[in-house]
Design a protein around this ligand. Structure first.
Ligand SMILES: Nc1ncnc2c1ncn2[C@@H]1O[C@H](COP(=O)(O)OP(=O)(O)OP(=O)(O)O)[C@@H](O)[C@H]1O
Length: 605
């Protein structure tokens, strides 16, 4: 990551939040052909490995078919004529055939697992890269849980389908065809008898799968609900305990848990029928083959050896047929999952660098907004005809009631969204003329609720400039007035921060964010002043840190406590998306308008 990439960082972690949604197991894909083609584009990079796996499938299938044939030959030509040494030799050969078949099967699985994992790795990488290219507008529309489920569940479904189902479907078809040919060649009448129970098998399998798939979908939905309840109760734990609502949350969770148990039971019981029912039908088929075969053997129409081969073949014949419908379902749901992944990858980033976009080495820091209007999702206008000019190095405070549009102004300056009308200039150039990454890397952001990653304090500060040395990190922390509290932590700079920084106070997190921004040394700064109450000592420290950080740099401060921005060069008073007043603290007090009222109210409080 390059110097001063704070803006990009905050963007990347703003995924929103919400319950995880799982992909159902039997969801039918909409455009199966197109999706398979796209998966193939990833897989074909490993054509050589796949061709090898296919050759191995062919060999192991042929070896598997050879086994029963050998059994028949051994019975008729070695056991019946009582040739003991020949029988032992042939039994050894049979063992070698089965051993080789197993070995080739293992090898082909190993290759396909590798092919699949590589494919998934490339796909996941592309999806992640695409996430980075998408604007906040995209993330506004989706929940964290939903996006997570696409990166994890959907891709994982595809992984298991690619590593197992594809090759299994292929080998099942081969086996069924091979066994059928072998049986027809051995005895066409017995072969037809073997087919008798197939319609019954299809009918039963189809009925059971249709019934159980609706139960599986219900189970996935209930699982999603329960995940949502857990997520809510963990993230809202403070509010829940504060309002003494533990019992209500407990009941809500118990209900969700109970619903999940019931639907999971129904799903497992219904799908659990499949094995025993098919087993019964298989044995029924086997019984018919044995009975018919025995009659034929007695009447001299066939030999005991051929009958033995048939019994083994019919086992080999029914198994893949049983498996096939399950495999097809797994495959289908994996394709549907892949479709959800491609749907995100097809999302065109609405913020793109223009062809002529330039890289900017550094900004002096002149900023101007001319007649800027904007609404999220093009709906209600949030900002209306905003115009102002900032000279390099000035400090600008944005004040106004909650929801008035202060953060939105900052979002537009960092180009997290594009303006609907009007222009924004930095150093005399429209911000659309700069490469987005280059623009954002020159803008540092310190949010009041800064995100800290799991890792040490040292690593978290270094996030501002990855190539910084330990000394530079410590120097930045000293300038940010963060060194004082870090010194008192158990492992100083090596103290680990929990994900999200839960083991630090709000003020401490802000000090780390300031240190990070000092290290990044961005040309333009954006500071979101903390609203929550921080003790006076920390507040003084934070103020000191901010003063160091903003010295000589164009800085925008979203201010909640007017006391802290009295020295700003310009104060913009925003109300319902419009600048209603503009000027220095003294000028604004003198006009006795909206700012004056806000100031008086805070002062009295
Ligand atoms: N991502 C978004 N999608 C849709 N509407 C949004 C989004 N972000 C903000 N808004 C709406 O835009 C308006 C201005 O929000 P903004 O965050 O800019 O206000 P603010 O002045 O910074 O408020 P605060 O002082 O509470 O932080 C609000 O009505 C808000 O609901």
């Amino acid at each position: 990551m390059q110097k001063g990439s704070t803006a990009q960082t905050e963007k990347s972690i703003r995924f929103g939040n919400g319950p995880g949604r799982m992909s159902g197991p039997i969801v039918k894909p909409k455009d199966r052909k197109g999706t398979i083609k796209r998966i193939w584009r990833y897989m074909k990079k490993q054509k050589a490995a796949m061709s090898f796996a296919i050759v191995l499938v062919l060999i192991s299938t042929v070896l598997g078919l050879l086994g029963p044939l050998l059994i028949g030959v051994i019975i008729d030509h070695y056991i019946m004529p009582k040739d003991i040494s020949g029988t032992i030799r042939m039994a050894g050969l049979l063992a070698i055939v089965y051993l080789a078949a197993s070995l080739f099967t293992w090898l082909q699985t190993f290759i396909m697992v590798n092919v699949s994992l590589k494919t998934i790795q490339m796909l996941r990488q592309d999806l992640f890269d695409h996430f980075q290219a998408l604007s906040l507008k995209f993330f506004d529309k989706r929940t964290y849980g939903e996006l997570m489920s696409r990166v994890t569940n959907d891709i994982e479904n595809l992984n298991s389908a690619l590593s197992q189902s594809v090759i299994q479907i292929f080998s099942s078809v081969l086996t069924v065809a091979g066994v059928m040919i072998a049986m027809l060649m051995l005895n066409w009448m017995l072969a037809l008898v073997t087919l008798l129970v197939i319609p019954l098998m299809f009918f039963a399998t189809n009925k059971i799968i249709t019934y159980s798939s609706s139960n599986f979908i219900k189970r996935q939905r209930d699982l999603g609900d329960m995940n949502g309840t857990v997520e809510e109760s963990i993230s809202g734990i403070e509010v829940i305990t504060l309002f003494g609502k533990e019992k209500e949350v407990y009941n809500k969770f118990s209900d969700a848990n109970e619903r999940l148990r019931n639907s999971a039971m129904m799903a497992d019981i219904s799908s659990g029928f499949l094995g025993p029912v098919n087993n019964f039908i298989n044995n029924l088929g086997l019984g018919i083959v044995i009975a018919a075969g025995a009659l034929m053997a007695i009447s001299g129409m066939t030999t005991i050896g051929v009958l033995a081969s048939f019994v083994t073949y019919s086992r080999q014949f029914y198994r893949p047929i049983n498996q096939m419908s399950n495999l097809i379902n797994t495959f289908q749901s994996a394709i549907a999952g892949a479709e959800r992944v491609f749907e995100i990858m097809d999302e065109i980033p609405d913020l793109k660098d223009s062809e002529q976009a330039i890289e900017s080495s550094s900004f002096k820091g002149e900023v101007s907004f001319t007649d800027v209007s904007f609404g999220y999702g093009g709906q209600k206008r949030i900002l209306k005809n905003i115009s102002f000019e900032v000279k390099a190095g000035q400090t600008i405070a944005l004040v106004g009631p909650t929801g008035s549009g202060k953060t939105t102004i900052i979002n537009l300056l960092s180009r997290f969204y594009d303006v609907d009308s009007g222009e924004i200039y930095i150093d005399g150039r429209n911000i659309k003329e700069y490469k987005i990454q280059s623009l954002r890397s020159k803008i540092g952001i310190v949010l009041q609720d800064t995100y800290l990653f799991s890792g040490t304090i040292m690593e978290n500060i270094r996030f501002g400039r990855l190539e910084a040395t330990d000394e530079e990190v410590i120097h930045a922390a000293k300038l940010a007035s963060a060194h004082g509290f870090i010194k008192h932590l158990p492992a100083h700079y090596e103290t680990r921060i929990e994900s999200g920084g839960t083991n630090l106070s709000q003020g401490q997190k802000q000090l780390i964010a300031i240190a990070r921004a000092i290290l990044a040394d961005s040309d333009i700064l954006i500071l979101d002043e903390a609203t929550s109450s921080i003790d006076t000592r920390t507040e003084i420290e934070i103020q000191k840190g901010i003063n160091t950080l903003t010295k000589g740099k164009t800085s925008f401060i979203i201010a909640h406590r007017l006391k802290t921005i009295e020295n700003a060069d310009m104060i913009l008073v925003i109300r319902e998306g419009e600048i209603v007043e503009k000027g220095s603290h003294e000028e604004l007090l003198a006009v006795q308008g909206f700012y004056y009222d806000m100031y008086k109210l805070q002062f009295e409080n």
